[in-house]
Design a protein around this ligand. Structure first.
Ligand SMILES: Nc1nc2c(c(=O)[nH]1)N[C@H]1C(S)=C(S)[C@@H](COP(=O)(O)O)O[C@H]1N2
Ligand SMILES: [Mo]
Length: 548
């Protein structure tokens, strides 16, 4: 190809070499010049190809984003690809992500998707300069792959095919057009107007993609926004007038989390890359499966039922020893047991397979709902309608069980079935089908790595054994004897219990402090170290305190 000739590149450097014939190129050996200009030419072609690829990819994503305004945020190519990636993420990688990125894992994943698309698009842009048909075809095929990823999401409709399919086509078209313009522009005989066309085409498409992509994002958020509907929910009055938790439920130690976790600080764990936005006006709950009288209720019907308030701690199975994925809130919900009785649960049924608006499935033991504990369909948390991130408009809660087997957010469906015949989402991924919360305790004060003055040091923390309650907490300093901590007032067996301990005469130096709890049945927390998978971490939380 002529563009590979050194002359071609000189010609492009054009103005300068013409005006300055004694420029640095002219003073160098011809062989070196050739190699250098060749390299420069190659670099230029790669850069242009990559640029064109990126602009084409961006244009495709923008088209996908705009179309997702019609089909929903989760159907946009990037979100669909991310959701698909989450669904195939092996458990070890998921654990790695939770451990290292915590609640930023979703940002990390989305960034990963963007980077992957960018690298692929740039590579296709470079390829397009020599293999245009192949590159545009592969681009369109990526759209098809994205569409398949989207349509196989559990909550997808056929419409979810559209954004990615058309995104791929748009990207392929842009790639083709801009590559042709670019090839023309880089020919030795190119006219200034060729260059103008290429620059305008590239810059114009990039600008259009940015506007459409950003606009589409804003538009889709606005169109599916339910914060207005959430603000309008009139919460039912609970039948039990529950007094505030006693002030003495908190040991009144500075730095210790409040007894009730504010909604803004409540942990969030789910697989939803974009929050499901469920309009209570459209919400329906179906109760069906192995029952005598399946039925469906609307949100207004739900609100007409009997509601109760209950304080309850929620814990994630993925919480490492000493970790943050636990919170305590006052929930307002309608008891779940009467709903199951109304449906008439058949003999042999032992599992409620609940499904959320985003297709999560959670399997819970029917027995835990019918044994008298306060299992509920909750609509409010700490006095306000459920925050969207915590499951608005309705979530399930069963005291005593980890969230992944009880706490379905954005709940839409209850299927009465059996553990033998049904798998919930996390079961084939290595987690136990049933998982009561294990007794755990945590040292929160002093904070990890903090320096404290010698003398009297206050230790404080939190312990939980959901639904069994906490009967004792002990601390151990430098492998000395276990000493009883002071327990704050218990609220309910379903809530965590905070504790404090006066450590007299802490001497200068580094000390190791450990904690362990005894649950309401008298069982002492196990020291055996076990990982999060398959049913919750165990072992004692220990910190090092620097006394100076
Ligand atoms: N729809 C849906 N519900 C879900 C999950 C999810 O991924 N999707 N995660 C569960 C898990 S693992 C936990 S620990 C709790 C966390 O609830 P929170 O985010 O309100 O703290 O929600 C549960 N409910
Ligand atoms: Mo969880």
């Amino acid at each position: 190809m002529s563009e590979q000739q050194p002359g071609g590149v000189r010609g492009r450097a054009g103005d300068r070499s013409a005006a300055d014939p004694g420029g640095e190129d002219a003073q160098q050996e011809p062989g070196f010049t050739t190699a250098k200009t060749r390299l420069t030419a190659l670099g230029g072609r790669i850069a242009r190809g990559a640029l064109v690829g990126l602009v084409a990819g961006g244009a495709g994503l923008a088209v996908g984003q705009l179309l997702a305004v019609a089909t929903g945020e989760a159907s946009s190519p990037v979100v669909a690809a991310g959701d698909w990636a989450i669904s195939i993420t092996p458990t070890w990688l998921e654990q790695f992500a939770i451990r290292n990125f915590g609640s930023n894992d979703k940002t990390v994943l989305l960034t990963g998707v963007y980077v992957t698309v960018a690298v692929g698009a740039a590579a296709l842009g470079v390829l397009a300069r020599t293999r245009l048909t192949i590159a545009s075809t592969v681009t369109a095929v990526f759209g098809v792959v994205g569409a398949l990823a989207a349509v196989t999401r559990p909550s997808a409709t056929m419409g979810w095919l559209v954004p990615s399919l058309l995104a791929g086509l748009a990207a392929a078209l842009v790639l083709r057009q801009l590559t042709l313009l670019s090839l023309k522009e880089s020919k030795p005989v190119s006219e200034p107007s060729d260059r103008r066309r290429f620059v305008l085409g590239t810059v114009g498409t990039a600008a259009g993609a940015l506007v459409a992509g950003y606009g589409g994002r804003m538009w889709v958020k606005k169109r599916y926004d339910v914060s207005g509907a959430r603000a309008k929910v009139v919460l039912p009055t609970p039948e039990n007038a529950l007094p505030e938790p006693p002030a003495s439920a908190h040991p009144n130690v500075r730095g210790l989390d409040p007894f009730i976790t504010p909604n803004s600080e409540f942990y969030r764990v789910d697989t939803a890359l974009t929050l499901p936005r469920v309009d209570p006006g459209d919400w329906k709950l179906k109760i069906h499966g192995m029952v005598d009288r399946p039925f469906e209720i609307t949100f207004d019907e739900l609100l007409s039922y009997r509601f109760e308030e209950h304080d309850m701690t929620l814990t994630c199975v993925s919480n490492p020893v000493g970790g943050p994925y636990v919170g305590n809130a006052r929930w307002l919900g309608t008891p779940l047991a009467p709903l199951l009785r109304r449906a008439g649960v058949r003999r042999g049924v032992d599992m409620i397979l609940s499904t959320s608006a985003d297709g999560m499935t959670i399997g819970s033991p029917v027995e835990a709902v019918l044994d008298g504990r306060q299992a509920m369909l909750a609509v409010a948390m700490n006095g306000e309608a459920l925050p969207i991130r915590n499951g608005f408009p309705c979530r399930m809660l069963i005291p005593g069980l980890y969230g992944y087997v009880s706490a379905t957010k954005w709940l839409t469906d209850l299927n009465l079935t059996t553990f033998a015949s049904s798998d919930a989402y996390w079961t084939p991924r290595g987690y136990s089908p049933q998982a009561p919360v294990k007794t755990a305790s945590r040292i929160d004060v002093p904070a990890k790595g903090a320096k404290v003055p010698a003398g009297a040091v206050v230790l404080a923390g939190t312990a939980w054994a959901n639904h069994r309650g906490i009967a004792a907490v002990e601390v151990q300093i430098d492998n000395g004897p276990w000493r009883e901590a002071t327990l704050a007032t218990a609220d309910t067996p379903d809530t965590w219990r905070q504790w404090s301990y006066q450590w007299e005469n802490a001497s200068k130096g580094s000390h190791k402090v450990k904690v362990r709890a005894t649950d309401g049945t008298g069982a002492v927390q196990t020291p055996d170290v076990q990982d999060v998978v398959p049913n919750g971490a165990t072992g004692y939380h220990a910190i090092t305190v620097q006394v100076s």
